[in-house]
Design a protein around this ligand. Structure first.
Ligand code: ADP
Ligand code: MG
Length: 366
Protein backbone atom coordinates (compact mmCIF):
# COMPACT_ATOMS: atom_id res chain seq x y z
CA UNK A 1 0.00 0.00 0.00
CA UNK A 2 1.06 3.60 -0.58
CA UNK A 3 2.64 5.32 2.36
CA UNK A 4 0.10 7.44 4.25
CA UNK A 5 1.00 11.11 4.67
CA UNK A 6 -2.18 12.36 6.34
CA UNK A 7 -4.57 10.29 8.43
CA UNK A 8 -7.96 11.15 9.91
CA UNK A 9 -8.95 8.75 12.69
CA UNK A 10 -12.60 9.03 13.79
CA UNK A 11 -12.48 12.82 13.57
CA UNK A 12 -15.57 14.80 14.57
CA UNK A 13 -15.99 18.55 14.66
CA UNK A 14 -18.98 20.09 16.34
CA UNK A 15 -19.25 23.86 16.43
CA UNK A 16 -21.18 25.27 19.38
CA UNK A 17 -24.75 24.07 19.54
CA UNK A 18 -25.05 22.67 16.04
CA UNK A 19 -25.10 19.37 14.20
CA UNK A 20 -21.62 17.96 13.57
CA UNK A 21 -19.84 19.85 10.77
CA UNK A 22 -17.67 16.75 10.29
CA UNK A 23 -18.99 13.44 11.53
CA UNK A 24 -16.62 10.62 12.47
CA UNK A 25 -14.26 10.99 9.52
CA UNK A 26 -11.66 8.27 8.94
CA UNK A 27 -9.51 8.63 5.87
CA UNK A 28 -5.94 7.92 4.81
CA UNK A 29 -4.17 10.14 2.26
CA UNK A 30 -1.23 8.70 0.36
CA UNK A 31 2.06 10.57 0.14
CA UNK A 32 2.61 12.38 -3.15
CA UNK A 33 -1.02 12.10 -4.26
CA UNK A 34 -3.76 14.59 -5.03
CA UNK A 35 -6.83 13.90 -2.90
CA UNK A 36 -9.97 15.89 -3.61
CA UNK A 37 -12.69 16.61 -1.03
CA UNK A 38 -15.87 17.23 -3.01
CA UNK A 39 -19.50 17.75 -2.03
CA UNK A 40 -22.26 20.35 -1.82
CA UNK A 41 -21.86 23.54 0.19
CA UNK A 42 -21.85 23.17 3.97
CA UNK A 43 -20.92 19.49 4.10
CA UNK A 44 -17.70 20.02 6.04
CA UNK A 45 -15.00 20.16 3.35
CA UNK A 46 -13.32 23.35 4.56
CA UNK A 47 -13.59 22.30 8.20
CA UNK A 48 -11.92 18.96 7.39
CA UNK A 49 -9.15 20.70 5.46
CA UNK A 50 -8.48 23.23 8.20
CA UNK A 51 -8.20 20.57 10.87
CA UNK A 52 -5.10 19.29 9.04
CA UNK A 53 -3.12 22.46 9.79
CA UNK A 54 -4.96 23.22 13.05
CA UNK A 55 -6.75 26.32 11.83
CA UNK A 56 -9.68 24.36 13.32
CA UNK A 57 -9.31 21.94 16.25
CA UNK A 58 -11.33 18.69 16.19
CA UNK A 59 -13.88 18.00 18.93
CA UNK A 60 -12.72 14.39 19.00
CA UNK A 61 -10.50 12.02 17.06
CA UNK A 62 -6.92 12.26 15.84
CA UNK A 63 -5.19 13.63 12.74
CA UNK A 64 -1.63 12.68 11.91
CA UNK A 65 0.69 14.24 9.33
CA UNK A 66 3.81 12.24 8.47
CA UNK A 67 2.99 9.95 11.38
CA UNK A 68 2.82 12.73 13.99
CA UNK A 69 -0.33 13.72 15.85
CA UNK A 70 -0.83 17.32 14.71
CA UNK A 71 -1.68 18.43 18.25
CA UNK A 72 1.86 17.44 19.28
CA UNK A 73 3.42 19.92 16.82
CA UNK A 74 3.32 23.64 17.65
CA UNK A 75 0.81 25.25 15.27
CA UNK A 76 3.27 27.76 13.69
CA UNK A 77 5.77 24.98 12.97
CA UNK A 78 3.03 22.76 11.57
CA UNK A 79 1.79 25.51 9.24
CA UNK A 80 5.26 26.11 7.86
CA UNK A 81 5.31 22.51 6.65
CA UNK A 82 1.87 22.89 5.06
CA UNK A 83 1.16 25.33 2.22
CA UNK A 84 -2.33 26.81 2.03
CA UNK A 85 -4.14 28.26 -0.99
CA UNK A 86 -7.58 29.86 -0.73
CA UNK A 87 -10.29 30.82 -3.20
CA UNK A 88 -9.42 34.50 -3.05
CA UNK A 89 -5.67 34.33 -3.36
CA UNK A 90 -5.44 36.35 -0.14
CA UNK A 91 -2.48 38.39 -1.35
CA UNK A 92 -1.27 41.44 0.54
CA UNK A 93 -2.50 44.36 -1.59
CA UNK A 94 0.33 46.80 -0.79
CA UNK A 95 3.14 44.41 -1.54
CA UNK A 96 4.51 43.50 -4.95
CA UNK A 97 3.91 40.03 -6.33
CA UNK A 98 7.52 39.00 -5.57
CA UNK A 99 7.26 40.24 -2.00
CA UNK A 100 4.00 38.37 -1.58
CA UNK A 101 5.61 35.13 -2.73
CA UNK A 102 8.61 35.71 -0.43
CA UNK A 103 6.47 36.38 2.66
CA UNK A 104 6.81 32.99 4.36
CA UNK A 105 10.54 32.46 3.69
CA UNK A 106 11.17 35.99 5.05
CA UNK A 107 9.23 35.14 8.21
CA UNK A 108 11.40 32.03 8.47
CA UNK A 109 14.48 34.24 8.46
CA UNK A 110 15.66 33.56 4.90
CA UNK A 111 17.83 36.53 3.80
CA UNK A 112 16.03 39.01 1.56
CA UNK A 113 18.11 38.48 -1.59
CA UNK A 114 17.80 34.70 -1.34
CA UNK A 115 14.02 34.86 -0.73
CA UNK A 116 13.64 37.15 -3.74
CA UNK A 117 15.62 34.84 -5.97
CA UNK A 118 13.45 31.92 -4.90
CA UNK A 119 10.33 34.04 -5.55
CA UNK A 120 11.56 34.78 -9.08
CA UNK A 121 12.04 31.07 -9.72
CA UNK A 122 8.56 30.30 -8.42
CA UNK A 123 7.03 32.94 -10.66
CA UNK A 124 8.39 30.93 -13.56
CA UNK A 125 7.28 27.61 -12.04
CA UNK A 126 3.64 28.78 -11.97
CA UNK A 127 3.85 30.14 -15.51
CA UNK A 128 4.03 33.91 -14.92
CA UNK A 129 6.37 36.21 -16.87
CA UNK A 130 9.16 37.95 -14.87
CA UNK A 131 7.80 41.54 -15.26
CA UNK A 132 4.61 40.53 -13.40
CA UNK A 133 6.74 40.18 -10.25
CA UNK A 134 6.95 43.96 -9.90
CA UNK A 135 3.18 44.48 -10.08
CA UNK A 136 0.69 44.74 -7.24
CA UNK A 137 -2.02 42.07 -6.86
CA UNK A 138 -4.81 44.41 -8.09
CA UNK A 139 -2.91 44.76 -11.38
CA UNK A 140 -3.30 41.03 -12.12
CA UNK A 141 -6.21 39.01 -13.53
CA UNK A 142 -8.02 36.56 -11.24
CA UNK A 143 -6.22 33.60 -12.80
CA UNK A 144 -2.82 35.29 -12.39
CA UNK A 145 -3.59 36.06 -8.75
CA UNK A 146 -4.38 32.39 -8.14
CA UNK A 147 -1.03 31.44 -9.70
CA UNK A 148 0.69 33.83 -7.31
CA UNK A 149 -1.26 32.22 -4.45
CA UNK A 150 0.08 28.81 -5.52
CA UNK A 151 3.64 30.20 -5.82
CA UNK A 152 3.40 31.69 -2.33
CA UNK A 153 2.18 28.39 -0.89
CA UNK A 154 5.14 26.62 -2.52
CA UNK A 155 7.74 29.17 -1.34
CA UNK A 156 8.79 27.30 1.80
CA UNK A 157 8.77 24.02 -0.19
CA UNK A 158 6.28 22.33 2.15
CA UNK A 159 5.63 18.59 1.62
CA UNK A 160 1.87 19.16 2.03
CA UNK A 161 -0.34 21.61 0.14
CA UNK A 162 -3.94 22.40 1.14
CA UNK A 163 -6.07 24.08 -1.51
CA UNK A 164 -9.59 25.33 -0.69
CA UNK A 165 -11.61 25.99 -3.87
CA UNK A 166 -8.59 27.80 -5.35
CA UNK A 167 -10.01 27.91 -8.89
CA UNK A 168 -13.70 28.47 -8.15
CA UNK A 169 -13.71 32.23 -8.72
CA UNK A 170 -12.13 32.24 -12.20
CA UNK A 171 -13.93 31.68 -15.50
CA UNK A 172 -14.15 28.13 -16.91
CA UNK A 173 -11.44 28.57 -19.55
CA UNK A 174 -8.92 29.89 -17.04
CA UNK A 175 -9.99 27.22 -14.55
CA UNK A 176 -9.21 24.57 -17.13
CA UNK A 177 -5.75 26.08 -17.68
CA UNK A 178 -5.04 26.24 -13.96
CA UNK A 179 -6.11 22.62 -13.51
CA UNK A 180 -3.80 21.43 -16.27
CA UNK A 181 -1.00 23.58 -14.86
CA UNK A 182 -1.47 22.06 -11.41
CA UNK A 183 -1.28 18.53 -12.85
CA UNK A 184 1.86 19.48 -14.77
CA UNK A 185 3.43 20.99 -11.64
CA UNK A 186 2.54 18.00 -9.55
CA UNK A 187 4.45 15.70 -11.93
CA UNK A 188 7.68 17.40 -10.86
CA UNK A 189 6.80 18.37 -7.29
CA UNK A 190 5.01 15.23 -6.08
CA UNK A 191 3.54 17.07 -3.08
CA UNK A 192 0.78 15.60 -0.98
CA UNK A 193 -2.11 17.82 -2.07
CA UNK A 194 -5.56 18.02 -0.50
CA UNK A 195 -7.85 19.97 -2.78
CA UNK A 196 -11.39 21.11 -1.94
CA UNK A 197 -14.03 21.77 -4.60
CA UNK A 198 -17.82 21.58 -5.03
CA UNK A 199 -17.36 20.67 -8.72
CA UNK A 200 -17.38 16.95 -9.51
CA UNK A 201 -15.69 17.51 -12.90
CA UNK A 202 -12.82 19.32 -11.23
CA UNK A 203 -12.63 16.54 -8.64
CA UNK A 204 -12.38 13.76 -11.20
CA UNK A 205 -9.94 15.72 -13.35
CA UNK A 206 -7.48 16.39 -10.54
CA UNK A 207 -7.89 13.65 -7.98
CA UNK A 208 -5.89 10.47 -7.68
CA UNK A 209 -8.53 9.76 -5.04
CA UNK A 210 -11.81 11.57 -4.45
CA UNK A 211 -13.66 11.84 -1.12
CA UNK A 212 -17.34 12.64 -1.63
CA UNK A 213 -18.85 14.38 1.41
CA UNK A 214 -22.57 14.32 2.14
CA UNK A 215 -24.68 16.75 4.10
CA UNK A 216 -23.96 16.46 7.81
CA UNK A 217 -20.22 16.07 7.29
CA UNK A 218 -20.34 12.37 6.52
CA UNK A 219 -17.98 10.69 4.10
CA UNK A 220 -20.17 9.10 1.41
CA UNK A 221 -17.45 7.51 -0.72
CA UNK A 222 -13.68 7.53 -0.95
CA UNK A 223 -12.31 6.00 -4.13
CA UNK A 224 -10.61 6.67 -7.44
CA UNK A 225 -12.47 8.99 -9.86
CA UNK A 226 -13.02 6.07 -12.19
CA UNK A 227 -14.69 4.03 -9.46
CA UNK A 228 -16.86 6.89 -8.24
CA UNK A 229 -18.17 7.48 -11.76
CA UNK A 230 -18.58 3.79 -12.53
CA UNK A 231 -19.99 2.59 -9.23
CA UNK A 232 -21.36 5.34 -6.96
CA UNK A 233 -21.66 3.90 -3.43
CA UNK A 234 -25.21 5.15 -2.86
CA UNK A 235 -28.01 7.35 -4.21
CA UNK A 236 -26.45 10.50 -2.79
CA UNK A 237 -23.19 9.98 -4.68
CA UNK A 238 -25.06 8.91 -7.82
CA UNK A 239 -27.15 12.07 -7.89
CA UNK A 240 -24.17 14.27 -7.01
CA UNK A 241 -22.10 12.74 -9.79
CA UNK A 242 -25.00 13.35 -12.17
CA UNK A 243 -27.03 11.41 -14.66
CA UNK A 244 -24.55 11.90 -17.49
CA UNK A 245 -21.90 10.02 -15.55
CA UNK A 246 -21.96 7.30 -18.20
CA UNK A 247 -20.34 9.75 -20.57
CA UNK A 248 -17.94 11.21 -18.02
CA UNK A 249 -16.85 7.68 -17.38
CA UNK A 250 -15.64 7.44 -20.98
CA UNK A 251 -12.74 9.62 -19.96
CA UNK A 252 -11.42 6.62 -18.05
CA UNK A 253 -12.40 3.88 -20.48
CA UNK A 254 -9.43 2.57 -22.43
CA UNK A 255 -9.66 2.70 -26.20
CA UNK A 256 -7.76 -0.53 -26.85
CA UNK A 257 -10.48 -1.95 -29.08
CA UNK A 258 -10.56 0.95 -31.55
CA UNK A 259 -9.62 -0.13 -35.09
CA UNK A 260 -7.15 2.03 -36.96
CA UNK A 261 -7.75 2.14 -40.72
CA UNK A 262 -5.45 3.19 -43.51
CA UNK A 263 -5.91 6.69 -44.84
CA UNK A 264 -5.07 8.22 -48.22
CA UNK A 265 -2.47 10.94 -47.74
CA UNK A 266 -1.00 13.85 -49.64
CA UNK A 267 2.53 14.76 -48.66
CA UNK A 268 3.20 18.48 -48.53
CA UNK A 269 6.80 19.50 -48.66
CA UNK A 270 9.69 19.45 -51.09
CA UNK A 271 7.93 16.78 -53.10
CA UNK A 272 4.20 16.34 -53.41
CA UNK A 273 2.81 12.83 -53.65
CA UNK A 274 -0.69 11.59 -53.32
CA UNK A 275 -2.47 8.25 -52.95
CA UNK A 276 -5.87 7.01 -54.08
CA UNK A 277 -8.50 9.13 -52.27
CA UNK A 278 -11.50 6.86 -52.91
CA UNK A 279 -10.96 4.93 -49.67
CA UNK A 280 -12.03 7.86 -47.44
CA UNK A 281 -14.95 9.28 -49.36
CA UNK A 282 -12.70 11.59 -51.32
CA UNK A 283 -11.01 13.06 -48.24
CA UNK A 284 -7.23 12.98 -48.14
CA UNK A 285 -5.08 13.69 -45.17
CA UNK A 286 -2.34 16.23 -45.79
CA UNK A 287 0.90 15.37 -44.00
CA UNK A 288 4.39 16.85 -43.87
CA UNK A 289 7.56 15.03 -44.90
CA UNK A 290 7.74 13.35 -41.47
CA UNK A 291 4.14 12.05 -41.76
CA UNK A 292 2.81 14.54 -39.23
CA UNK A 293 -0.78 15.65 -39.98
CA UNK A 294 -1.34 19.17 -41.33
CA UNK A 295 -5.04 19.06 -42.24
CA UNK A 296 -7.56 17.59 -44.67
CA UNK A 297 -7.88 18.29 -48.36
CA UNK A 298 -11.47 18.78 -49.45
CA UNK A 299 -12.84 16.06 -51.77
CA UNK A 300 -12.36 17.10 -55.38
CA UNK A 301 -9.80 19.72 -54.51
CA UNK A 302 -6.09 19.03 -54.37
CA UNK A 303 -5.23 22.54 -53.27
CA UNK A 304 -7.68 23.49 -50.54
CA UNK A 305 -6.82 22.31 -47.05
CA UNK A 306 -8.85 22.69 -43.86
CA UNK A 307 -7.41 22.20 -40.39
CA UNK A 308 -8.05 18.84 -38.76
CA UNK A 309 -9.66 18.18 -35.38
CA UNK A 310 -8.12 16.81 -32.21
CA UNK A 311 -5.67 13.93 -32.54
CA UNK A 312 -5.96 10.43 -31.12
CA UNK A 313 -2.79 9.27 -29.38
CA UNK A 314 -1.69 5.88 -28.00
CA UNK A 315 -3.17 5.33 -24.54
CA UNK A 316 -5.97 7.88 -25.00
CA UNK A 317 -9.43 7.13 -23.60
CA UNK A 318 -12.54 6.28 -25.60
CA UNK A 319 -13.71 9.82 -24.93
CA UNK A 320 -10.65 11.19 -26.73
CA UNK A 321 -11.24 8.77 -29.56
CA UNK A 322 -14.78 10.08 -29.94
CA UNK A 323 -13.58 13.70 -29.74
CA UNK A 324 -11.05 13.03 -32.48
CA UNK A 325 -13.66 11.56 -34.82
CA UNK A 326 -16.35 14.15 -34.10
CA UNK A 327 -14.02 17.14 -34.37
CA UNK A 328 -12.59 16.09 -37.72
CA UNK A 329 -14.03 17.69 -40.88
CA UNK A 330 -13.86 14.31 -42.65
CA UNK A 331 -15.56 12.45 -39.79
CA UNK A 332 -12.40 10.40 -39.51
CA UNK A 333 -10.27 10.87 -36.39
CA UNK A 334 -6.55 11.03 -37.05
CA UNK A 335 -4.54 8.52 -35.01
CA UNK A 336 -0.89 9.38 -34.43
CA UNK A 337 1.95 7.56 -32.69
CA UNK A 338 3.94 8.88 -29.73
CA UNK A 339 6.12 10.92 -32.10
CA UNK A 340 3.09 12.53 -33.74
CA UNK A 341 3.31 10.54 -37.01
CA UNK A 342 0.10 9.42 -38.66
CA UNK A 343 -0.83 5.78 -38.02
CA UNK A 344 -4.22 5.96 -39.74
CA UNK A 345 -7.75 7.01 -38.97
CA UNK A 346 -10.57 5.92 -36.67
CA UNK A 347 -14.28 5.97 -37.57
CA UNK A 348 -16.85 7.69 -35.35
CA UNK A 349 -19.43 4.92 -35.86
CA UNK A 350 -17.01 2.27 -34.67
CA UNK A 351 -16.04 4.31 -31.61
CA UNK A 352 -19.73 4.75 -30.77
CA UNK A 353 -20.28 1.00 -31.05
CA UNK A 354 -17.45 0.42 -28.54
CA UNK A 355 -18.96 3.04 -26.23
CA UNK A 356 -22.31 1.26 -26.36
CA UNK A 357 -20.57 -2.04 -25.63
CA UNK A 358 -18.74 -0.53 -22.64
CA UNK A 359 -22.03 0.93 -21.38
CA UNK A 360 -23.79 -2.42 -21.52
CA UNK A 361 -20.90 -4.15 -19.75
CA UNK A 362 -21.00 -1.51 -17.03
CA UNK A 363 -24.74 -1.85 -16.62
CA UNK A 364 -24.43 -5.61 -16.32
CA UNK A 365 -21.79 -5.13 -13.60
CA UNK A 366 -23.96 -2.84 -11.44
P1 ADP B 1 -18.00 23.38 3.15
O1 ADP B 1 -16.60 23.84 3.07
O2 ADP B 1 -18.21 21.98 2.72
O3 ADP B 1 -18.95 24.30 2.45
P2 ADP B 1 -17.78 24.02 5.99
O4 ADP B 1 -16.74 23.11 6.51
O5 ADP B 1 -17.37 25.43 5.71
O6 ADP B 1 -18.45 23.37 4.69
O7 ADP B 1 -19.00 24.05 7.00
C1 ADP B 1 -19.60 22.88 7.52
C2 ADP B 1 -20.68 23.26 8.49
O8 ADP B 1 -20.11 23.88 9.63
C3 ADP B 1 -21.69 24.26 7.95
O9 ADP B 1 -22.95 23.91 8.43
C4 ADP B 1 -21.23 25.58 8.50
O10 ADP B 1 -22.29 26.45 8.66
C5 ADP B 1 -20.64 25.16 9.83
N1 ADP B 1 -19.52 26.06 10.22
C6 ADP B 1 -18.40 26.29 9.54
N2 ADP B 1 -17.58 27.13 10.21
C7 ADP B 1 -18.22 27.45 11.36
C8 ADP B 1 -17.91 28.28 12.49
N3 ADP B 1 -16.74 28.93 12.56
N4 ADP B 1 -18.83 28.36 13.47
C9 ADP B 1 -20.00 27.68 13.41
N5 ADP B 1 -20.35 26.89 12.40
C10 ADP B 1 -19.49 26.76 11.36
MG1 MG C 1 -15.77 25.49 2.04
Amino acid sequence: MDQAMIEFQSVTKQYQGGQPAVDNLSLSIAKGSITVFVGPSGCGKTTSLRMINRMVEPTSGTITVAGKDVTSVPAPELRRSIGYVMQQAGLLPHRSVLDNIATVPRLDGVPKSQARKRAEELLDVVGLAPPLGQRYPSQLSGGQQQRVGVARALAADPPVLLMDEPFSAVDPVVRDELQQELLRLQKDLAKTIVFVTHDIDEATTLGDKVAVFAVGGRLAQYATPEEILRAPANDFVASFVGRDRGFRHLGFTPSDGVTIHQVPTIVRGPSVSSSDPSAAGGWQLVVDGAMRPLGWSIPGSETEMIPGGSLFRPGDSLRRALDAALSSPSGLGVAVDAEGRVRGVIRGGEVLALIEEARQLRQAAL
